[in-house]
Design a protein around this ligand. Structure first.
Ligand code: NAP
Ligand code: ZN
Ligand code: ZN
Length: 353
C-alpha cells in the first residue's frame, strides 16, 4: 500500500518523554478522507497509554484522539465530505460494522474489537494506529464527524473524547430535570460532565479533591460542591444523589462515593485508573445500588453530542499549548493543574523542521 511520511510527536518507551518522530500515513482509499490536523486535545488516556499504565502499549506510540482539522483530500467513493470541509475524529477510526453492537450504532463496544485512533491494530498498514499528535490523519469517512460552525474549533476538540465520554452515560442513565447528579473529578472529562448535565436540566453536584476549584465548578454550572476530603461534608451528603459519574484518573476509595447515592442509585465509572477499585458488598446491598462503567460513545451519538453542544453553545475550557510543551502538560495534568483541558495548536508541529 502506498504511504507518505508525516511529522508526529510520540514516545519510544514508557519512561521516555514524547519527541518528534516520523510516521507513515496511507494514501487515501476510495472511502477515506485525509485531514490536515489543526488542533488536538490532550486526554488523560494519552498519558496512561504513552506510559503503558494500561499494559499493552506498542511503541512507538503517538497519542491524541480529540482531533479537529480541515479535509485536504477525499477518495473516489467519499460522499459525505469534500476537500476544504472542517472535520473531526475521536477515539475510533474503524470497527467490524457487522456485529450486534456495530449494527446498533455502538461501535465502541464492537464485539470484534473497534479500531482505536492510536495503539490499535491498523487494518490497512498492519502496524499500530497513530493518533492526532501529528500533521495529518487518514480515516474512513464513516468515522469522521462534523463540528457545528458556531463553535470555536480549538475549544471543540475535547468534545471528541471528554465530551462524548460524559454525554453518553448521562443520556444512557436518563439524567435530566428532577435528577440530582454528582460529577467526581473536575479535569477534562469532569468539567464537560458538569456542563452537559447542567444543559440536560439536572441538579449538578461537583465532588472534588480541590478546594481551589469551587468557584470554577459553580461557573461551569454546578449547583453544589462537595469537598471529598472533608469527611463531615461527605457524611452530610450521604444518600442524596440519583446518579454519579466518576471521572477520576487515579486510585480512590469508591466506597466513599457510593455512600452519596440514594436508594437504587447508580455510580458509573468513566475514569480508568490502572489498579482495581475494591467495592465493599455493603456499599451496594443496603440501598440496592449499582456500580457500572461506560466507554466513549458510538459515531451517531458523537454527532448527536456535537450538535447538542452546537445548540447549547458548549465547548471545553482550554489552555492552548505548543506541541513542544506536551511533556510539561502531562506533568501538570498529573497534579490536577489544568483548567480544564490542554489542546495542542498543531501549527507548532508544522513549524518544526
Ligand atoms: P484529568 O483531566 O487529568 O482529570 C482527572 C481528575 O481526577 C483530576 O482533575 C482530579 O479532579 C481528579 N483526581 C485526580 N487524582 C485523584 C485522586 N487520587 N482522588 C480523587 N480524585 C482525583 O483526566 P481526564 O482526561 O478527564 O480523564 C479522566 C480519566 O478518564 C482517565 O483515567 C482517562 O483515562 C479516563 N477516560 C476514560 C474514557 C472512557 O471511555 N471511559 C474516555 C476518556 C478518558 P479534582 O481536582 O476535581 O479532584
Ligand atoms: Zn480520551
Ligand atoms: Zn463490530
Amino acid at each position: 500500500m502506498n504511504t507518505h511520511t508525516v511529522k508526529a510527536f510520540g514516545t519510544e518507551a514508557p519512561e521516555a518523554d514524547l519527541k518528534q518522530i516520523s510516521i507513515e500515513r496511507r494514501e487515501v482509499n476510495a472511502k477515506d478522507v485525509e485531514i490536515d490536523i489543526l488542533y488536538c486535545g490532550v486526554c488523560h488516556s494519552d498519558i496512561h497509554t504513552a506510559r503503558n499504565e494500561w499494559p499493552g502499549t506498542i511503541y512507538p506510540n503517538v497519542p491524541g484522539h480529540e482531533i479537529v482539522g480541515r479535509i485536504t483530500k477525499v477518495g473516489s467513493g467519499v460522499t459525505k465530505f469534500k476537500a476544504g470541509d472542517l472535520a473531526a475524529v475521536g477515539c475510533m477510526v474503524d470497527s467490524c460494522r457487522e456485529c450486534e453492537s456495530c449494527k446498533e450504532g455502538l461501535e465502541q463496544y464492537c464485539e470484534n474489537g473497534m479500531t482505536g485512533t492510536y495503539n490499535a491494530p491498523d487494518k490497512h498498514l498492519g502496524i499500530q494506529t497513530f493518533g492526532g499528535y501529528s500533521e495529518r490523519v487518514v480515516v474512513d469517512e464513516d468515522f469522521v464527524l462534523r463540528v457545528p460552525e458556531n463553535l470555536d474549533l480549538a475549544a471543540a476538540a475535547p468534545l471528541l473524547c471528554a465530551g462524548i465520554t460524559t454525554y453518553s452515560p448521562l443520556r444512557h442513565w436518563k439524567v435530566g430535570p428532577g435528577k440530582k447528579v454528582g460529577i467526581v473529578g473536575i479535569g477534562g472529562l469532569g468539567h464537560m460532565g458538569v456542563k452537559l448535565a447542567k444543559a440536560m436540566g439536572a441538579h449538578v453536584v461537583v465532588i472534588t479533591t480541590s478546594a481551589s476549584k469551587t468557584e470554577d465548578a459553580k461557573r461551569l454550572g454546578a449547583d453544589e460542591v462537595i469537598l471529598s476530603n472533608d469527611e463531615e461534608q461527605m457524611k452530610r451528603n450521604a444518600g442524596t444523589l440519583h446518579f454519579i459519574l466518576d471521572c477520576v484518573s487515579a486510585q480512590h476509595d469508591i466506597n466513599a462515593y457510593l455512600r452519596l447515592l440514594k436508594r437504587d442509585g447508580q455510580l458509573t465509572l468513566v475514569g480508568a485508573p490502572e489498579e482495581p477499585l475494591p467495592v465493599a458488598p455493603f456499599s451496594l446491598i443496603p440501598g440496592r445500588k449499582s456500580f457500572s462503567g461506560s466507554m466513549i460513545g458510538g459515531i451517531a451519538e458523537t454527532q448527536e453530542m456535537l450538535d447538542f453542544c452546537g445548540r447549547h453553545n458548549i465547548t471545553s475550557d482550554i489552555e492552548l499549548i505548543a506541541i513542544q510543551d506536551i511533556n510539561k502538560a502531562y506533568e501538570r495534568m498529573l497534579k490536577g493543574d489544568v483548567k480544564y483541558r490542554f489542546v495542542i495548536d498543531m501549527a507548532s508541529l508544522k513549524n518544526e523542521l
